[in-house]
Ligand binder design. Structure first.
Ligand SMILES: O=C(O)CCC(=O)C(=O)O
Ligand SMILES: [Fe+2]
Length: 312
């Protein structure tokens, strides 16, 4: 399966010491990121910059959180839609997610605040591991964005400006093992409202993405592979060049599944970059407040209805 995935979805090695702006490996990776995002809306990243021991701890900690009593999990609320605890949705009964919004003063404080809600006497181990992991995923997100901006020939300050207004959301996902008589749908097909969503799986397959040709493929669930999905915000930013990746989760084994990831939002407006508008590519979308869009998406599900929100 992994070679099939590698064939249709490129795997880019972020460990490569030569992956530095201005070098040939950077240039090649940058072209690959752009074409993968334009064609299928996603690519995979291999990176050993974070020790597997930290990833294993984070998966174990995520399980610990989901094993807490429902009333405790429900105490994690957020003023932003889908940024707190979500579970028990009759349309997707196997699915639960818990989010930590990282936009309060610092990641450390946001993670600490979350830990104090889950464990009133605190949890230093949780804070330490999640901090390290989140920092690593933020770096991966920023490298991926810098590669993409370079592929469009954009100035560094254009990427700096997007990164400065970025809010991150760190999330864990749990899917209960479906019973024999139960549907195995973990999440119905959707695009994310984000710029990027980075996901790491933990050996139980489930994430499937739709290719340009309409074929659905399963993403290798190995924890040594990260997948970066482009969301609606990058489609709008790129004036429709980038595909918002359609994906779903199907639990094909009778096993519980855990995944973790980082999503990026804009604290300001999502808008199309002027440099990507010209006679051949007239402006397609209006600018909008990212969190208004996230809220709108909780009320509307069909892709046509969703795109009406930002189509001119
Ligand atoms: O669990 C996964 O791998 C995907 C989660 C997802 O697509 C979502 O919550 O939007
Ligand atoms: Fe998603």
């Amino acid at each position: 399966m992994s070679s099939q995935v590698a064939f249709q979805i490129p795997v880019i090695d972020f460990t490569d010491e030569n992956l530095k702006p201005g070098t040939q490996p950077w240039f090649s990776a940058s072209q690959l990121v752009r074409s993968a995002l334009e064609v299928n809306g996603c690519f995979c990243v291999k990176s050993n910059k974070i020790p597997m021991e930290i990833c294993n701890s984070v998966f174990a900690l995520s399980k610990e959180v989901f094993d807490l009593p429902l009333h405790t999990k429900k105490q994690k609320v957020s003023d932003k839609p889908n940024h707190g605890y979500v579970g028990g949705n009759p349309r997707v009964p196997l699915y639960e997610t818990m989010g930590i919004d990282l936009d309060s003063p610092s990641n450390e404080e946001a993670i600490q605040k979350f830990a104090n809600i889950m464990w009133p006497s605190g949890n230093d181990h949780f804070c330490e591991k999640i901090n390290l992991y989140v920092k690593f995923l933020e770096e991966m997100d920023q490298t991926a964005k810098r590669l993409l901006f370079d592929a469009y020939g954009l100035a560094k300050k254009s990427c700096d400006s997007l990164l400065e207004s970025t809010n991150y959301l760190f999330r864990g996902f749990k899917y209960s093992a479906p019973q024999k008589t139960e549907s195995n749908i973990g999440l119905i097909p959707h695009t994310d409202s984000t710029y990027f969503t980075i996901l790491q799986q933990n050996n139980v397959a489930g994430l499937e993405v739709k290719l340009k040709n309409g074929e659905w493929i399963t993403i290798d669930p190995s924890p040594s592979l990260f997948i970066i999905l482009a969301g609606d915000a990058f489609k709008v930013w790129s004036n429709g060049r980038i595909t918002a990746c359609e994906h779903k989760v199907i639990i094909r084994e009778e096993k519980e599944r855990y995944s973790i990831g980082l999503s990026s939002f804009n604290s300001k407006m999502v808008e199309t970059l002027e440099e990507l508008i010209d006679e051949d590519h007239p402006r397609l979308y209006r600018a909008f407040d990212h969190y208004e869009f996230v809220a709108f998406r909780t009320t509307v599900k069909s892709p046509t209805e969703i795109s009406k929100f930002y189509l001119l």
